[in-house]
Design a protein around this ligand. Structure first.
Ligand code: FE2
Ligand code: FE2
Length: 324
């Protein structure tokens, strides 16, 4: 008889990779990990010289809008780099080495996104203090300085399935799936308005590719908990309801700064909201479809990955500059 071994941080009595079967390369987290390994990119390779010229030629209005959007992304990427770390430890506590491995790549990718945005700011000459762009948006501050860190660091004390769902809904479905997604849509509008910011177009395209894997992992994680305990579906729904209003507030507040004036680059709030809500609804549908499913089948079920690929194909057909 094999004794029960622990691979939890600081309590190791064995090694997951030495067990019979080792790593399951067909499991969703290992597939995402391999995919990410095959798609490395380097922010330092991206040329931002045309972006600097484009920024210099913008009107005051346009520059404010572009800078505001980029600042939200910059602070967002830094936040998600930091705040994912308790989830890595939560996977170790649960003995899920494949998820732990995937999340180390996930954290690295967020760090890479942070680097890419900062390089862009430096290259286009926006080097002054940028806090005012986000600090005037109370919804942004609520999500990034309270809701996101609170729900993720709750895992450090209690990595229960309930807390994992609250953390994943906040991180993957609200911050990535709603805020970042509407951000990509807006970048597409800005860049396509007159074919500007080619470096940023490249950054957004590469980040979008990483983000599809991140969101697939979030959907997968919620699915496996909901399949194991049906009562956890209510936790998904409850956390979503708690955060949808402040999340949409982040977006609408930027428009409110224009007080009745037309926002630049023909960005349309209703179009943006409709785009985000459609994706959120369909990801929630994917989680709900796991209710009553056999937990063992969830690990190798590729549907969260396929859903993101479908969104990508739709974006390529819909967006004027296909960024995601
Ligand atoms: Fe990111
Ligand atoms: Fe991400």
């Amino acid at each position: 008889m094999t004794e029960k071994r622990s691979i939890e941080h600081g309590r190791r009595t064995g090694f997951a990779t030495l067990q019979r079967g080792g790593l399951n390369f067909d499991s969703l987290p290992m597939r995402l990990f391999s995919k990410g390994n095959a798609r490395h990119w380097n922010p330092a390779d991206i040329d931002f010289t045309q972006d600097a010229r484009d920024i210099a030629e913008m009107t005051e209005h346009e520059r404010w809008w572009t800078c505001s959007l980029a600042t939200q992304f910059m602070a967002g990427e830094e936040s998600v780099t930091q705040d994912l770390q308790p989830f890595v430890a939560a996977m170790a506590a649960e003995g899920r080495i494949a998820d732990e491995m995937y999340l180390t790549q996930f954290v690295f990718e967020e760090a890479r996104h942070t680097e890419a945005f900062r390089r862009w700011f430096d290259a286009v000459g926006l080097t002054e203090d940028l806090h005012s762009y986000i600090e005037t948006n109370p919804h942004y501050m609520e999500i990034f300085t309270r809701q996101l860190p609170d729900s993720l660091y709750a895992l450090a004390a209690d990595p229960s399935p309930r807390n994992q769902i609250r953390a994943s809904v906040t991180y993957n479905h609200i911050v990535e799936g709603t805020l970042a997604l509407t951000g990509y849509f807006t970048w597409a509008k800005v860049c396509s308005s007159r074919g500007i910011l080619p470096g940023m177009q490249q950054v957004i395209k590469l980040i979008g590719d990483d983000e599809r894997r991140h969101m697939a992992w979030g959907t997968f994680t919620c699915r496996r908990h909901v399949a194991a305990d049906d009562s956890l579906w209510d936790v998904v729904d409850e956390r979503m309801q708690e955060l949808l209003v402040p999340a949409m507030g982040v977006v609408t507040h930027t428009f409110e700064e224009f007080e009745g004036e037309e926002p630049p680059f023909s960005v349309d709030l209703d179009e943006l909201a409709e785009y985000a809500m459609d994706k959120v609804g369909r990801r929630l549908g994917a989680i709900e479809s796991a209710r009553g499913a056999d937990v063992r089948s969830i690990d190798v079920d590729a549907s969260p990955e396929q859903l993101e690929e479908r969104f990508h194909a739709e974006d390529l057909a819909l967006l004027p500059v296909p960024v995601a």
